[in-house]
Design a binder for this molecule. Structure first.
Ligand code: LLP
Length: 463
């Protein structure tokens, strides 16, 4: 990303320090629709609103920090994925991005399926009425208890991640007198262009069974020969926050190659392939994500073409978007507490949350945007680092961004695109109370995950 050589504001030197930022935006009061959820707007009095409610009112009623989720936008994005993939494909929302019972109900209503990866996610899904046969169960080390719970519930598929698990699931299914539909997760050997911790298709990592050295073919052999399993397909997930479709195309080609090899060896055409999640979203104005219909078209074209070439009938495709559905639909609202200007460097703006409600900046060096939302300002842009209230200097929410230079304690600022992997990865570090998630729609706001209380913390502490 380019560096700016513009002065950042009155307190700063002519040349800005190292960082990931471009020149300050022309209008700091503008809200880029790329990074804000669909119903976010600035009202005539300068206050930002979502779902028709001003953030000042939301802060009064629900406190800060808090995540505000634009329900209409969530449903719209879920529907866009569903529509783009049509009736010949399935969309499994990846619950790890953010899961709550309200979200499960919305997904059910919008016709999506659900990918879960723990007993906790499974329990949440079932308790909110998601039909078990629309749930896929993932994970590289599912416990026997989790596997049993999933099979007893009747989940639509279990994605087998290792040789041990093939045997484990077969045994448990047989002990329950069931035949479980399964897919095998393979690593296709693609280097996805994303952070190392969230890239999952190269071979040197914990997930899946490698295609390259014949391991995946061996896994298929074993799964086809074990009682209690009905092998229905192959699964690949190449990573997360990816913009380039090339990795998905290579993955699709290699998975179809395995289907052809399975047909040649066993005379069986596996009817499903799952190409995972991983589509990137815009965290800053620099990011240019692909639309669901472009993704659906690219994937279905490549699978159809490869299958025709291999003389296979086209399998049913499924995908598992998490971030791309929920990520853009929420922002985190914070109150500014303290301000520390460092001449010639930057200004630290401390908020009432931090790495306990958004660990992504510390963990992945993730980039975010920020805006002053309780009022407008004509002040000059000032280079800021938005930091939290935790006991370490890596407690950064937004590493490099611009805010008006008159930002002051008591102002509300908001960080957009925090719907995915923020509440779901939130912690109680420093005994912070995890913020609520509030769904907002058509002038009404309701808590869907409540704020933790000190009683919640003390209830767990039974020593
Ligand atoms: N399917 C499987 C098998 C996955 O492992 C994942 C994400 C998804 C689907 C959904 O991927 P998405 O569409 O949300 O990118 N905590 C990291 C992301 C970890 C993703 C883990 N697996 C982050 O905050 O960036």
């Amino acid at each position: 990303m380019s560096r700016s050589a513009h002065p950042a504001g009155p307190r700063h030197a002519d040349v800005l320090p190292e960082g990931h930022y471009t020149a300050p935006p022309a209008d700091l009061n503008a809200l880029d629709p790329k990074v804000w959820s669909h119903t976010v707007t600035r009202t005539a009095d300068g206050v930002v609103s979502v779902g028709g409610i001003e953030v000042t009112r939301l802060a009064e009623e629900f406190g800060t920090p808090a995540y505000f989720l634009d329900e209409a936008d969530f449903r719209e994005r879920a529907r866009a994925w569903r529509t783009a993939f049509g009736h010949d494909a399935d969309v499994f929302y990846a619950g790890k991005a953010f899961l709550s019972r309200a979200v499960v109900r919305w997904l059910h209503e919008e016709g999506l399926n659900l990918d879960v990866c723990s007993g906790g996610e499974l329990a949440t899904a079932l308790s909110a009425g998601m039909p078990a046969d629309r749930i896929a169960f993932h994970g590289n080390n599912k416990s026997e208890t989790e596997i049993r719970a999933a099979i007893e519930a009747g989940v639509g598929r279990i994605v087998l991640d290792s040789f041990q698990e093939i045997v484990r699931v077969s045994h448990i299914a047989q002990s329950l007198g069931k035949r479980q539909r399964v897919q095998i997760r393979v690593t296709v050997g693609v280097e996805a262009h994303t952070h190392e911790f969230i890239a999952t298709a190269h071979e040197d990592q914990k997930f899946g069974i490698a295609l390259a050295d014949g391991q995946a073919a061996e896994a298929v052999r074993r799964a086809l020969n074990l009682d209690g399993l009905e092998l229905v397909g192959i699964h690949s997930h190449i990573g997360s926050q990816i913009f380039d479709m090339a990795g998905f195309e290579v993955a699709a080609r290699r998975v179809v190659g395995l289907l052809a090899a399975v047909r040649d060896e066993h005379g069986v055409e596996l009817p499903e392939i799952d190409l995972g999640g991983g589509l990137g979203i815009a965290y800053t104005s620099e990011d240019d994500p692909r639309e669901p219909h472009e993704i659906a078209k690219a994937l279905s074209e490549i699978v159809t073409r490869e299958c025709e070439a291999a003389r296979l009938s086209t399998p049913r495709i499924s995908v598992e978007p998490g971030r791309a559905i929920v990520g853009p639909t929420a922002f985190t609202l914070y109150e500014v507490g303290t301000i520390k200007p460092l001449d010639g460097l930057r200004t630290y703006v401390s908020v009432d949350g931090g790495m306990s409600d958004n660990i992504r900046t510390a963990l992945y060096d993730a980039e975010y945007s920020v805006a002053l939302v309780s009022r407008t300002s004509d002040a000059d842009p000032m280079l800021v680092r938005v930091v939290g209230k935790h006991c370490e200097s890596g407690d950064i929410v937004v590493k490099d961004a611009f805010l008006p230079s008159d930002v002051a304690p008591g102002d509300l600022i908001a960080v957009p695109a925090t719907g995915a992997y923020c509440r779901s990865m939130a912690s109680n570090y420093n005994h912070a109370l995890r913020p609520p998630v509030v769904a907002v729609q058509d002038g009404a706001a309701r808590v869907i995950v409540r704020r933790e209380t000190e009683e919640d913390l003390l209830r767990l502490d039974v020593g």
